[in-house]
Ligand binder design. Structure first.
Ligand SMILES: [Zn+2]
Length: 272
């Protein structure tokens, strides 16, 4: 019984355009505040969640491809505090997190965004398979355990840079957190403690919750999870299209759905 109504609800949700007119509300909890301490080098940091989103709203993008600003664009290229090497020359095209000449870890530069940290074009559709290798490369240069013999100052830089690279990796490696971050760079904030007020989505949420609660076994749960993944793919694509067209309200609607279905999947994974 529930399968039929769930399926009907799922397919209806894929077709309709939803206007935020409802009054009823369901509180959606944020799942993004996570541990920020650097894990050991051997541990797997590829878990979901983003804690710190971009702190700069001034980066302007157009469509999928965005120009990038770096700290050196204003004529004051940062120099290594230790050997005086200039960023961009000694470090090639990599952002100046650690000096390319003397390898000293540099102070955190908030103007370097997460895409720049990984040498990526600022856009939603990125090749995630490249991220992990670059992330590990950075941790080999920045991890606080590797600078234990250095000054207290440099240890502090390493702790800050390492934590930021972890945030960058976690944020960009997941479609949902990456979407929120890309919007943030466009100056569009997504409320982490969002209230769902769209009647169709509310109805669907209740139906999916019921289906999850009543699922007889892990096979039934996996079936719901598979439906959520189909829906997520749909909303990732819708988000990319909305962003490309600079329709930020539509993009926010997509993010709301992505958040919800991602959370359902997380809840099901806990039950399995
Ligand atoms: Zn240097």
């Amino acid at each position: 019984m529930w399968k039929r109504s769930l399926n009907a609800s799922l397919s209806a949700a894929l077709r309709r355009t939803v206007a935020p007119t409802g009054r009823a509300a369901v509180r959606v909890r944020s799942s993004s505040q996570r541990l920020r301490r650097p894990p050991s080098l051997s541990s797997d940091a590829g878990i979901a969640g983003s804690s710190l989103l971009g702190r700069r709203d001034s980066l302007r993008c157009s469509g999928r491809s965005c120009c990038s600003e770096s700290a050196s664009d204003d004529g004051s290229a940062p120099k290594c505090w230790n050997c005086g090497a200039v960023a961009g020359k000694s470090a090639g095209t990599a952002p100046f997190l650690a000096c390319g000449s003397c390898r000293s870890v540099q102070p955190v530069d908030e103007s370097v965004d997460y895409f720049q940290i990984f040498g990526l074009e600022k856009k939603y559709d990125i090749d995630v398979s490249n991220l992990e290798g670059k992330y590990k490369d950075w941790q080999k240069k920045l991890h606080p355990d590797l600078v234990h013999s250095k000054s207290e100052q440099e240890k502090e830089y390493a702790a800050g840079q390492s934590a930021r690279v972890i945030d960058a990796y976690r944020t960009l490696s997941k479609p949902l957190t990456r979407a929120i971050y890309v919007l943030k760079l466009e100056g569009v904030n997504v409320d982490e403690e969002e209230t769902v007020s769209e009647p169709e989505l509310l109805t669907e949420i209740l139906e999916i919750r019921e289906a999850v609660d009543e699922a007889a076994d892990s096979q039934a749960l996996r079936q719901i999870q598979s439906q959520m993944e189909d829906k997520l793919r749909h909303w990732y694509n819708s988000f990319a299209s909305s962003l490309h067209a600079r329709k930020f309200e539509d993009a926010q609607t997509c993010v709301r759905r992505m958040k919800y279905y991602t959370r359902v999947n997380e809840e099901i994974t806990k039950k399995l």
